[in-house]
Design a protein around this ligand. Sequence first.
Ligand SMILES: [Fe+2]
Length: 173
Amino acid sequence: MRGLPMSPIVQLPPEPNAAIIDRFALHGAHIGTSEDQSPWVPFGDSAAIRHLSFDVRTGSVCNVLWVKGGGCIGTHRHRAAVSAVTLQGSWGYYEYDWTARPGSFVYETPGTAHTLYSDDPQGMQALFWIHGPIEFFDEHGNHTETTDVFWFINHYVSHCEKHGLAINQALFL
Ligand SMILES: [Fe+2]
């Protein structure tokens, strides 16, 4: 069995664009688990979102969606790809016959429409990486709102400002 190397930081060969990388590259982020790094923001009556990343260049966001047991998210249509890994509980879409459980992977494609539910007593939590806008509809099929990267930013920022919480700039990398 291999142990940790003596010096865990590997020395790489010279990088020809090192100075440019230092000047212009983004250096990534670590969002810890505490509420002050990113709080749970209520999303309707039975769900909450923990925002992790906003990318205004590509119009994409990353977050954890938490739907409490017996909750659902209204019918929506995607205009770009979405992927998700389930962290806790189980959930599905009324339109499909699968059930997502911890560790399973979901990939949603542009143009598809569906209604998320969780009938698990534990509810569900899943990490979503969402590209592009999502159109939401009411139970009669009427369009109600479109969520895009700016909707998600407003969801986070307005919650922080309402509760006197600092805005975590690392979410915007
Ligand atoms: Fe979806």
